[in-house]
Ligand binder design. Structure first.
Ligand SMILES: [Cu+2]
Length: 457
């Protein structure tokens, strides 16, 4: 870069900072009473519109990073860590995993540390991390830190930045997280990705985002092609019949619980073959971040459907002003169903000849294999079979409240589960008293539960 060009860029940066400084002064937010700005000034990163300050600003105690609000990933655990000096050390185990995605469907997927997707990693901007990967898969693997700016030798691409990690081997990644935002970790093998090898890597900001959120939830979008009577996803298939949030299909997905009047953040990441328009009922949200970090507030505008493309992260926030159990779901019609292929099979062969009795017996057959006693579906007309196009949604909905019961669904109306399939969950906005009761119920429920653990070996 030529000297004059560099100077031009410096001057431009100077001008930008000056305008910013002026705006701050006009708002009464002078650099002197803003500790962060004062510190920046001390470090020479901030330029006053009136030149350098005459007297040095009063020394500011080195403020530590802000405390952060942990993100909750429904139906997935967090990955614990230990400290080695100032380094946060995480242990990841890549391995085959049995994942129960619905009361009547368990998949043989691949994941990390007994879950699929893998456990959530949470760190704070500025921290140094060491991530030790043990490969218990029958083939080589590696981990890519999606969106993180790491040295090339930490990038996790086999043969380009490292040797593949052979079965039985361990490999250590180490880097400093200088960014904030919503990132992923995932295998860099395409088929391994489709077997489920992905997880959240959240870097909380050194300085808290404004406005602060009271709840922070994470959702991983995945899709699976599982042929009838199979448990292993067809990773080359494009006909997806199981759609999951955090590795579970509705109605088995655990609802998100928020306090009325709070600010709710949702981080959604997508590891699949399709883009998913994620829609929130009854509220507007703003897009506050992407896979690249926080978006400036000047870019926020109201919306209620956010398209989460493959490999993208979308972070939205809203004020929970309205009590109720509000749906959050992918709006692609075929992504609001479970095991679509199987259910459509009969109808494809016998168009418009399904009877109520036949449908009930089919549903009961399935119900018998899972722990619930009754099947419920919406009423149909007496002449239903004489109407071209019938059935459409009839017989697709199946209540299974008992099979998916958990504290977070307490108080939902009977047969609530019949209306929920595929990529679909609820944000339950509860007034103070109900919220407190719910939290107590969840705490109690956690105590009763024996931890679910599915190690293959
Ligand atoms: Cu979708």
């Amino acid at each position: 870069m030529s000297g004059s060009r560099r100077r031009f860029i410096q001057d431009t940066a100077f001008l930008g900072a000056s305008v910013l400084g002026l705006a701050e002064a006009l708002r009464g937010n002078t650099p002197e009473n803003d500790p962060q700005t004062a510190r920046e000034m001390e470090q020479g990163r901030h330029h006053s519109p009136y030149g350098r300050p005459k007297k040095k600003p009063a020394p500011v105690a080195p403020a530590g990073p802000d405390p952060w609000l942990p993100m909750l990933t429904p139906d997935l655990p967090d990955l614990p860590h230990e400290m080695d000096g100032a380094v946060k050390v995480f242990h990841l185990v890549a391995e085959p995993v049995k994942r129960k995605i619905a009361p009547f469907k368990t998949m043989d997927a691949w994941g990390y540390n007994g879950t699929c997707p893998g456990p959530t990693i949470q760190v704070q901007q500025g921290e140094r991390v060491r991530l030790i990967l043990e490969n218990r898969l029958p083939e080589s693997t590696s981990i890519h830190w999606h969106g993180l700016e790491v040295p090339i030798e930490q990038d996790g691409v086999p043969w380009i930045s490292q040797k593949p990690i052979a079965p039985g081997e361990k490999y250590s990644y180490e880097f400093t997280v200088h960014q904030e935002g919503t990132f992923f970790y995932h295998s860099h093998g395409a088929m391994q990705e489709m077997m489920g090898m992905v997880g959240f890597f959240v870097a909380h900001p050194e300085r808290a985002y404004k406005p602060r959120a009271d709840h922070d939830f994470g959702v991983i979008l995945q899709e699976w092609a599982v042929l009838p009577n199979n448990s292993v996803p067809n990773t080359a298939g494009m006909e997806f019949n199981w759609l999951t949030f955090n590795g579970v299909s509705a109605p088995a997905i655990t609802p998100m619980i928020a306090r009325l009047g709070s600010r709710v953040r949702m981080r959604i990441i997508n590891m699949g073959m399709d883009h998913h328009p994620i829609h929130l009922h009854g509220n507007q949200f703003v897009l506050t971040g992407t896979e690249g970090g926080r978006a400036p507030e000047s870019t926020w505008y109201p919306m209620n459907t956010v398209l989460v493309g493959v490999a993208q992260a979308r972070v939205v926030e809203f004020d929970a002003k309205y009590p109720g159990s509000w749906m959050v779901h992918c709006h692609l019609p075929h992504h609001m169903m479970n095991n679509m292929m199987d259910l459509l099979r009969d109808r494809a062969i016998e168009t418009a000849s399904s009877t109520d009795a036949k449908a009930l017996s089919q549903m009961q057959t399935l119900a018998n294999s899972v722990p619930f006693e009754h099947v419920h579906h919406s009423p149909i007309a007496e002449n239903a079979n004489s109407v071209p196009g019938f059935p459409q949604d009839a017989f697709m909905e199946m209540g299974m409240d008992e099979a998916v019961a958990k504290p977070e669904v307490h108080g939902l109306p009977p047969n609530w589960s019949a209306g929920m399939m595929g990529m679909m969950t609820l944000v339950r906005v509860l007034p103070d008293k109900e919220y407190e009761e719910m939290m107590a119920r969840i705490k109690e429920g956690k105590k009763e539960q024996t931890p679910e653990h599915h190690h293959e070996s």
